[in-house]
Design a protein around this ligand. Structure first.
Ligand SMILES: [Zn+2]
Length: 219
């Protein structure tokens, strides 16, 4: 059984892990370690939850194509296509709990921006839905449109990992950074909350920026 003391300890460890490296694979290792510590009692009700948040985003995520969470060649968990997915196919629709901050969350880094000052967080940090396992790639094959809908940007082969560009997921949110080792030819090495200011990325990722970021870019 997990007690509150361990929950706090685990949150600190995860925070340290992420702060130390800001690297996705290390975070995955931390998550694996926590899995072993039976985090099943870590049910969490954020004090930052937005009242009537169902009006802003669906509570339950949905997936429309066969996918599964697998461990990739680097030892990180990721979301993979079980069958080929054609370009423009809707992969899924996000859902979760809308919060204004993840400062009190057990795993602070698992949340995505859906609007100015609004983040979508998992309903249950101990039982993450598959869409939360989509890793970043600087040459991503999927896009998150309007902050909620996941679409294939090109044909995705069976057994290929589904990836997103994280820059639009966290644009203008604090000083968030991710050191990237995605291995793609166009890897940017560092992904940050300020990437929306990069003219090349503004164009390349245009459909993926949230509407309020698109307005900023247009100005
Ligand atoms: Zn990269």
């Amino acid at each position: 059984m997990l007690d509150a003391k361990f929950a706090r300890f685990a949150a600190v460890i995860l925070g340290l892990c992420f702060a130390a490296s800001a690297h996705a694979s290390l975070l995955t290792k931390c998550l694996k370690w926590l899995d072993k510590k039976e985090m099943s009692a870590m049910k969490f009700e954020s004090k930052f939850k937005v009242p009537n948040s169902e009006a802003l985003a669906p509570t339950e995520p949905e997936i429309y194509v066969p996918v599964e969470v697998r461990t990739d060649s680097r030892g990180s968990r990721g979301l993979f296509a079980r069958e080929a997915i054609a370009e423009a196919t809707i992969i899924g629709r996000d859902g979760g709990t809308v919060v204004t901050s993840t400062a009190d969350a057990p795993i602070r880094t698992v949340a995505v921006l859906i609007g100015p000052g609004l983040l979508l967080a998992p309903n249950d940090y101990d039982n993450l839905e598959p869409l939360w396992f989509i890793n970043h790639s600087c040459d991503s094959n999927a896009a998150r449109i309007g902050g909620l809908v996941y679409v294939a940007k090109r044909n995705i082969a069976a057994n290929e990992e589904i990836t997103l560009d994280y820059s639009p997921l966290i644009s203008e949110h604090g000083d968030w950074k991710l050191q990237c080792e995605c291995g793609s030819a166009n890897c940017r090495k560092m992904i940050t909350s300020k990437d929306w200011q990069n003219p090349e990325l503004q164009q390349k990722l245009w459909p993926e920026w949230l509407p309020f970021i698109q307005e900023k870019i247009r100005r």
